[in-house]
Structures are given as C-alpha cells and as structure tokens.
Design a protein around this ligand. Structure first.
Ligand SMILES: N[C@@H](CCC(=O)N[C@@H](CS)C(=O)NCC(=O)O)C(=O)O
Length: 214
C-alpha cells in the first residue's frame, strides 16, 4: 500500500503531481506544517509535522514523506524519482542513462534553483525585499541560462517526452515565477514551464492546492 504524507501547500506537490499524472492509487494523508497551526498541541489539531504519530514516519518532522510497503522515504525529489521508477511508466527512466539524467536534473533543481527561487517567493515587500529579489535573481541567471540552452529546440528535459525531470525542476522553479521579467529573459524556460503547468494533472494539483486553507 502506497501512502503519501503532506498537504498540497508544501513540497508534497512534487510527488502528488507525479501520482496525478500516472493515476496510481494511493492513500493521501494531508499532514500540515506544525508552524501553520495556531496551537499544534490542541486536542483537535489535525495531524501535523510535530505530531508523535507523524514523527514515527519522518523523525525529521517534515513533509512530504512516503511509505510503500516496508520502504519509508523522505525528501520530495527522491520520492518523485522513486515513484517515477516504480509506477511512472514513461515518466520514469527507461535505461541507466535516463535514470542518471533524471537524477542530474533533480540535483540541479535542489542545489542551483530551489534556494534562490524560494528567496524570491519569500522576499518581504519593500526595499529590503527588492534587494533580496535582485540578489536571488542574479544567483538564478546562470542555472536558468543553462536550462534555456538545454531546452532550446526541445520540449522536455529528458528523452523527448514529459518525465519526472520536468516535474521536479518545474516545481523548484515555480517559486520564482512571480518574477516574470526574469523568466522572460529565458524564453525557452518560460515556454517549457508554461507547457508543464498546462498539463491536466498540474491543473488538478493546483485546483486542490488553491482549495486548501492558506
Ligand atoms: N528537502 C526537503 C524539505 C522538506 C521541507 O522543508 N518541508 C516543509 C514543507 S514544504 C516542512 O515540512 N516544514 C515544516 C518544518 O520544517 O517544520 C524536501 O524536499 O522534502
């Protein structure tokens, strides 16, 4: 039995998008971040990242987490890569070279894209926030240029088809999407990101995320 822990307003979107693409049956346990609750210790608090029952699944107290039979996995990108390999069909690797490329793009997204993209999304209003966005945008330009070159003349990152590499990379970059002028500097990235997000599975994911309380 496959179980995915984590609300839609979290990095759980990465494996949830993949599961929506494949239609794989799974149990969704919408564990919420403890810091988002007014009183996580309240008797009627929903299952959250500091709940003793969830800490048995992920002692680090973070979402997403996944259980598939005896296998427990944390780290959103590792979960997506596993699900793609195990249940993803064409979304996953078809040979060792594709597996390596999918891992490469996940590591690229995690180490070169996610942090500056999050800095952009979390920047406060005002002059200080503008400074943060400027510095973070500068950090993103080199990975975005690399991504743009790779996507020039291509629709998707690996193997001429939509795969887990697109899901993982697009979800890390999404945090910076509010910077439309930055994205416009990289037209092939912009086109690719919009095409990924136009997919029915992403649209369903987004509708469910929006429907969750902020
Ligand atoms: N590198 C981890 C990061 C997990 C993470 O930071 N999750 C956030 C939600 S997006 C969380 O659980 N925050 C609650 C907390 O850290 O207490 C991953 O990609 O899965």
């Amino acid at each position: 039995m496959l179980t995915l822990y984590g609300v839609y307003r979290s990095r759980a979107t990465r494996p949830l998008w993949l599961l929506l693409e494949t239609g794989t049956p799974f149990t969704h346990v919408p564990v919420i971040q403890a810091y988002r609750l007014p009183d996580p210790a309240a008797a009627d608090a929903p299952l959250h990242t500091a709940s003793p029952d969830f800490l048995k699944v992920n002692p680090q107290g973070q979402i997403p987490a996944m259980q598939d039979g005896d296998l427990v996995l944390t780290e959103s990108l590792a979960i997506s890569l596993y699900l793609a390999r195990r249940y993803g069909g064409a979304l996953g690797p078809q040979d060792d070279a594709e597996a390596a490329l999918m891992e490469q793009w996940a590591l690229f997204a995690a180490t070169s894209v996610e942090t500056p993209a999050l800095e952009i999304m979390q920047a406060p209003e005002g002059a200080m926030g503008e400074g943060i966005v400027k510095v973070a945008s500068e950090k993103l330009r080199r990975p975005l240029a690399r991504l743009n070159t790779h996507l020039s003349g291509r629709d998707w990152l690996v193997g001429d088809r939509f795969t887990v590499a697109d899901i993982n990379t697009a979800e890390c970059l999404r945090y910076a999407q509010g910077q439309t002028a930055l994205l416009a500097e990289f037209p092939d990235v912009d086109r690719w990101l919009k095409a990924a997000q136009a997919r029915p599975a992403f649209q369903t994911l987004w509708a469910r995320r929006v429907a969750e309380p902020a």
